[in-house]
Design a protein around this ligand. Sequence first.
Ligand code: 5GP
Length: 146
Amino acid sequence: MSQTQSIATYDDNNIFAKMLDGDIPYHKVYEDDKTLAFMDIMPQAKGHVLVIPKQKAVDLADLEPEYASAILMTAKKVMAAQRQVFAREGIVQMQLNGSEAGQTVFHYHIHLIPSSIHELGRHAVTQADNAELAKLAQQLAGKIIE
Ligand code: 5GP
């Protein structure tokens, strides 16, 4: 097995690719030339954010160094905003590689979840209220420091 490429082939029609193409809506928290951060539609805790690279990467194996660096810098900005908005220290950073690990969307992404690891809700199960997500995205976006 190659260690430098994911097992799955990148599908241009995956849901995050469609977001990057502007084909489906999302609640944006932050965007720059290499990354996009938005609210998870089925959060495992209030304020669950996803950060994705603007690179066609299925999982970590595909991620190019410049995008790996950029996505972590964006994750730091989002986490700082989450700590302010939710007035808490604990932010779970999670990232699943491959369906065996539970990955359900095959465009690389980092989860940032304001929660204790012991209190996480179920993964990708319960849809959040759209208006609530919009409000949280706005609050978080307002606290991002470049
Ligand atoms: P994975 O299982 O690949 O690590 O995580 C995929 C994440 O994407 C899940 O947490 C799931 O709730 C989220 N998700 C799935 N479909 C959508 C969608 O259409 N919009 C948003 N914002 N999040 C989604």
